[in-house]
Design a protein around this ligand. Sequence first.
Ligand code: ZN
Length: 378
Amino acid sequence: MALTGASRNTVSARVDQLIAANLLEEGGRGWSTGGRPPTLLRFNSRAGCVLAVDLGVTSVDVAVTDLSAQILQTIGHPIDIADGPDLVLAEVDRLAQEALAAAGLTPADVCAVGVGVPGPVEFSTGRPFHPPIMPGWHDYPIPSAFARYECPVYADNDVNVMALGEMGIAGSDEDVLVVKVGTGIGCGIIVDGRVYRGAQGSAGDIGHISVTPPDGQTVICRCGNENCLEAIAGGGALLRDARAAGVPVSTTRELVELAARGDGSVLELVRNSGRTIGTVLASLVNFFNPHRIVMTGGVAQAGAPLLAGIREAVYGRSMPLAARALDITVSDAPDLSGRLGAALMAIEGFLDEDSVHQLSRADEQAAGVSPAGTRTGR
Ligand SMILES: [Zn+2]
């Protein structure tokens, strides 16, 4: 309590609420500072579970975690996001039930659901908004697909979700930019350890910032504008430029493998892409002054040559005070961060004061204590 700065009554009411919801349990006696030794309380992370869904363009991973984001069970399966929400989310539901059963849990144990999707999402409603690579998903209410769990459902774009996952892996409350370089380019903005989404949920969409192409050409982006960052330096652009240079590649994975084997022309393309991304990041560093930048996504797996280009531009163009202690790294766990972030998003929403309040009131109601209050989803 000394640390929270809240009054004794406020803390005590919140603790009662958490105990009523079975989220706090007694865990022995603490050291006395004079009177009766205090009772220690600990977080009951097994009071329920969450479903974490990491939807990609060609695959989905579904995990069941406890309330501390410890993964209890996880299942992955190939999908085609272009099959549309009805088919894809039916498959997600099947995988979720399989994972729950394998973990020895039931739909009633699910406290919240977190879903990461590869496109822009209006966070307050969980509806994708004109997602360019998800035909048929515009305005689809993703939470409705999880109605059977009767719990809150949170959907956000995959970069924000991965950013949250990176924070979970690093366990930090720093200011961080998590930059995904896949086919496109996006950025999750972490302020004090929390995702910053902006007014409509589109903060961090850096892929469409205008840049100067290195060769002076004009490239039309899939958004219709000229010379967007991802049209010049994203994975799709790298593939296009590699093929134009006579390198026979069809996926960014093949491109990254060639870079790892030291193919000279591919290395130069990746380094140039790093420089272009770095000029945008330098502006962001001057504006935002983050502690760290974490690179993730398929192209980031190229590692050293991409980082070399990015560092050259960022350290060369950022203001010295902002760049002095700035750390730029590649994610340690790019495959895990989507699931972990979806779990953390669900847990964060579930432990939100209003949700817990509703839950404890529903428990009281079930026990015949109070006639008011129900546990509702969104
Ligand atoms: Zn664009």
